[in-house]
Write a protein of this length. Structure first.
Length: 189
């Protein structure tokens, strides 16, 4: 396995972030299915988050190639884990977990501003449930045996979903929430 490190993204990383997230963006393939899991990003989406030092990249130590990224986007009193991607050849090596821990650490620093929680919209929620994220049904926690469904209304929907081609019943994403603990600890995906 190639060795890697995690660091805060810099402006020089923006093109690579757009490239790797672009590989995993959703596009309708007909009916209710789609390819990819990420919202398409523009430079104007990435640069302000990089400038706020809330975007992280995983890079290979032998060449500095960026192979993964994640960000924390704050809107008023909410924060969202976004743009989590690890290039396929590097998955399963803990890179995703380390990126998520960077996001959680930063969210912990601003926890009073964000209601002590991080939101995440995921197409594969099971991965995040194992790490302590809780699926939400219309503002309530999911109980054993219930299936999470679409969240009613929040800032994410107003900001991103109103123009999305998969909005409404076609949306395959589940809202999950990570409640910030009193003491910071590492999570594993």
């Amino acid at each position: 396995m190639a060795e890697y490190r995690i660091r805060t993204a810099e402006r020089r990383d923006v093109d690579r972030i757009l490239e790797i997230t672009g590989k995993y963006t959703f596009e309708p393939t007909g009916g209710y299915s789609s390819r990819g899991t990420l919202k398409p990003l523009e430079r104007t989406d990435v640069e302000p988050v990089v400038d706020r030092r809330r975007f992280w990249v995983a890079y290979l130590t032998d060449g500095n190639d960026v192979v993964g990224c994640a960000s924390l986007v704050q809107r008023d009193s909410t924060a969202e884990l976004r743009s989590l991607v690890v290039e396929e050849p590097y998955r399963g090596n803990g890179i995703g977990s380390q990126l998520v821990n960077c996001v959680i650490r930063e969210a912990y620093n601003i926890s009073n501003e964000i209601q002590n929680r991080i939101e995440l919209w995921a197409r594969n929620p099971e991965i995040f449930v194992r790490a302590g994220f809780v699926p939400i049904i219309e503002g309530k926690r999911v109980h054993a045996g219930e299936r999470p469904e679409k969240y009613a209304v929040d800032e994410k929907i107003l900001a991103d979903c109103s123009n999305c081609i998969l909005r409404g019943d076609m949306c395959p994403e589940t809202l999950l929430v990570y409640q910030m603990p009193r003491e910071l600890h590492r999570i594993y995906l």
